[in-house]
Design a protein around this ligand. Structure first.
Ligand code: NAD
Length: 446
């Protein structure tokens, strides 16, 4: 089909070094939309919960066709098909094995909203198959596979974006720019907060997996074990074999904004304390429900993250958000896009979009400053009319911050870090958690 080849040729060639930036400055959005190659074909993998949100976001981007919804649990496919059907004329196909979708040359991009242990391995296979990738946060289960993903994205010249969507909220972009211009002076400390009340998950029983679930493919890169009654869907988050705890579930969003605003990458020292402290002896949840991670950046700068999965106490931003401390003032980020600036006398100086983003669908927000179009940014980067707001190299760095916190937590001591690459220095036991044991045949490679 020559037309298809031309379209794919355009999409591929738009990604050669520097071309995306050059095109973005040359093509107006109108010109880009009128181009015959404007259509971008997407497949979404993992469609129980976040995947449904992403279907809504991607069907809202002009010129996007969702060709496949993919899940190893067939029970979730009909709802995903119906969700696509509400917004899209073209029929969507269902699939249980993403590897078959990677063989379809018409598919331009894979959107990944599976459990965390799948993120990097699936993204790596997709990029090597020529697909662009939108991968949910955290972009990896462990730092090593994140490094491989960054390398693969560069080697295969694919657009790989992480789902740290605050990078695409205009007020947050404005906040970062103002802070970089000295709004509160030199920012020496960011304190990030997250809280939520999650119920205990009980003690799982090893039982036969549901008939509709391909348990072997659900496990994929993770070493094989019996199916348990309390992990799918969602509660895998709290088991180290598949999940990464609250630090990477929600912590990574705010660690990413803090690091971005302060123009920092890897720290020099990482500490963590906490544990399953609130709900004690009630279930087999492994990750902390209460945790504070401290990231030290050497020359008088630092970031902390205080996460609670069980206790929501805290007026206003102390429950969720970031407080930035600067030499000339304080900035209180509400976590949803808005912020308030205070002087050193603690008097408010200005507020931008505060609380307006809480509980609203930012993708459809009526406030242009709070509107988040992370999916649109990704699609336009594929077209060559935009550059990614959250390329995988930065997503990986922010993910490693939480991962180092979890490693420090698990070995119960502080870690010395090489700030050039995030690697752990002089601690062989901690360094074993830089990667993981893989199910044979699923080891990710460049
Ligand atoms: N960016 C955000 O704001 C945001 C919000 C929520 C969730 N997330 C992320 O999205 C991911 C999914 O979260 P969730 O709450 O939807 O989890 P979930 O457990 O509810 O759903 C995951 C789905 O993936 C499916 N799956 C597992 N292996 C698969 C495979 N090989 N191929 C296809 N499907 C597979 C499961 O069957 C399940 O239906 C998580 O990594 C989470 O951190 C991001």
């Amino acid at each position: 089909m020559p037309q298809q080849i031309n379209r794919r040729h355009f999409l591929a060639s738009s990604l050669t070094a520097g071309a995306a930036v050059a095109l973005s400055s040359r093509l107006s959005p109108l010109q880009a939309q009128s181009a015959p190659s404007n259509r971008v074909v997407v497949a979404v993998a993992g469609i129980h919960s976040r995947g449904l949100d992403l279907i809504s976001k991607f069907t809202g981007v002009p010129g996007v066709d969702i060709k496949y919804v993919i899940d190893v649990d067939k029970r979730y496919l009909p709802k995903a098909v119906a969700t696509v059907g509400k917004k899209q004329q073209t029929a969507v196909k269902t699939e249980t094995d993403f590897r078959r979708v990677l063989e379809d040359k018409e598919v331009d991009a894979l959107v990944i909203a599976t459990p965390d242990h799948w993120h990097a391995p699936m993204a790596i296979l997709a990029a090597k198959a020529g697909k662009h990738v939108y991968v949910e946060k955290p972009c990896s289960h462990n730092p090593r596979e994140g490094e491989i993903l960054v390398e693969v994205a560069q080697k295969y010249k694919r657009q790989v974006q992480m789902g740290n969507q605050r990078r695409s909220i205009q007020y947050t972009q404005q906040m970062v720019q103002e802070m970089r211009e000295g709004l509160i002076g030199t920012v020496y400390l960011a304190k990030c907060f997250y809280s939520r009340r999650r119920d205990p998950i009980g003690y799982g029983q090893v039982i036969a997996p549901p008939a509709e679930l391909d348990w072997d493919l659900w496990q994929g890169p993770a070493p094989r074990t019996g199916y348990r009654s309390n992990l799918h869907p969602y509660n895998w988050h709290w088991f180290w074999r598949w999940g990464t705890g609250e630090a990477l579930n929600n912590g990574v969003h705010l660690l990413d904004v803090a690091r971005w605003a302060m123009d920092l990458s890897y720290p020099t020292k990482v500490s963590s304390f906490g544990g399953r402290w609130h709900d004690v002896g009630v279930d087999d949840w492994e990750a902390p429900d209460t945790q504070e991670i401290q990231l030290e950046y050497g020359a008088g700068r630092g970031i902390t993250w205080f996460g609670r999965s069980t206790n929501t106490f805290g007026p206003g931003n102390k429950a969720n958000g970031i407080v930035f401390f600067g030499s000339k003032g304080i900035l209180d980020y509400d976590g949803s896009g808005g912020y308030t600036v205070y002087g050193l006398d603690n008097k408010p100086i200005k507020s931008v979009g505060v609380n307006e983003g809480k509980g609203v669908d930012l993708a459809n927000s009526k406030d242009p400053g709070l509107k988040e179009d992370h999916a649109g940014n990704f699609v336009n980067a594929i077209r060559g009319t935009a550059t990614l707001t959250a390329p995988i190299s930065g997503g990986h760095c922010s993910t490693v911050l939480g991962q180092l916190g979890n490693i420090a937590q698990r070995v119960r001591r502080s870690l010395q870090i090489d700030p050039s690459n995030g690697h752990i220095i002089g601690d062989a036991e901690a360094a074993t958690l830089w990667s993981r044991e893989y199910q044979p045949g699923w080891e990710p490679t460049v």
